[in-house]
Write a protein that binds this ligand. Sequence first.
Ligand SMILES: *Cc1c(COP(=O)(O)O)cnc(C)c1O
Length: 448
Amino acid sequence: MHTFDPEMTDLVLGYVRSRLAMAEAPLDHPGKAADLADALSGVITNEGRDASEVLDIYATRLAPHVISADSPRFMSFIPSAPTKAALLFDTVVSCASLQGISWLEAAGAVAAENQVLRVLSDLAGLPARAGGTFVSGGSAGNLSALVVARETARRRLGDPRAHLRVAVSSQAHSSIGNTLRMLDLEALVIPTLDRRLTEEAVRAAFDVDGHAESVCAIVATAGTTNAGIIDDLAGVAAAIKGRNIWFHVDGAYGGAGLLAASVRHRYDGIEHADSLVIDPHKWLFAPFDCAALLYRKPELAKAVHTQDAPYLDSIHGDDPDEWNPTDYAYHLTRRARGLPLWFSMAVNGLDAYRDAVEAAIELTRTTVELVHERPYLTLLRDPELSNVIFRREGWGAEEYERWSTDLLERQRAFVQPTRWDGELVGRLSFLHPATTVEMVVEVLDAMA
Ligand SMILES: *Cc1c(COP(=O)(O)O)cnc(C)c1O
């Protein structure tokens, strides 16, 4: 199993090469459990089987039932569009078994990952000593950051069991609700006007609430997943000033917009964040799975997340330059998942990233015009980033379902409706630089 096999290597790399060479990945189709069970039946045996047979099963029976998130026609949820450089280097991370636990074991990988974290931190205007690690996703980042917020408050209060709360907007991502449940933190849900957390909304909620001193953190969103709404970050920072409240900014999807000059002003105030999450596997064109987690004061995270075991003593030296990524989230073993982004940023340069992010914002602006031009469509909110929400007048669940199924069957687009004020409506999310206006026109015309 551990002997180099040139044939298998050519076989698998050949497949990798053909996937990379595709001008446009096929969208592919949903799968049926019975067909997949049939395809997989007897594949794992005691004796093993030929790699070409197994790869064939994967390529012809399994892969066609994985909808390609990196297709430029994928306009649902949040798409993905990893660069070729990042995809290739992901293979290096795998083939070199690059882990990224500690400085002792992986200084070279950790230093490069930290260089990328520095770029993101500078984009946000965080101080020079900010730092963190890459985790598997925004959910993991939100969880890891809010544990630090909770523990930091409990230590300040001298009460390790203190019952604390977190202020959130009703628009916060679903992972925040899960996090609060896991951490036994209660939510103080702040009502918003027009779905955006503002200074007035936060102040008003604290005034009405009789126990605002039990709030240990506030979560603002820099780009809601549904509609791309950026909270008033400067206003939130102002409202909590002097209150010992941890300011967490969830920019899992929208954080990448920091690169786009045309919308950068919408993020004003992000520099006050105590912790910040940005998912490169969303809009920074990195492969799954990759989320950047940054702390204003990393030592607070280290004090909470460092794992203590007799065999780990050797990774915890006294040299402040020795950065152990494992100390900044709930994980221990971790893939050096920031390196594909590092390679791609270095190869392509940041201007290419700026242009690619702007391209999606520009396509969004064009899509707004296309929606306005069609009498059967109504725009429901002016997009701030790259998600468009609109109504097809007269449609209900059945029509949206048919629209979605038909476009996927014909391999023209992957689109899904969303909910807006309880109503089922159309939603398109863009970030792939190869998504064209023509592709969008086809999707909107299919609603005529
Ligand atoms: C996607 C998203 C998350 C969750 O990130 P995962 O990488 O899917 O775990 C959290 N917050 C926001 C705003 C998101 O868009």
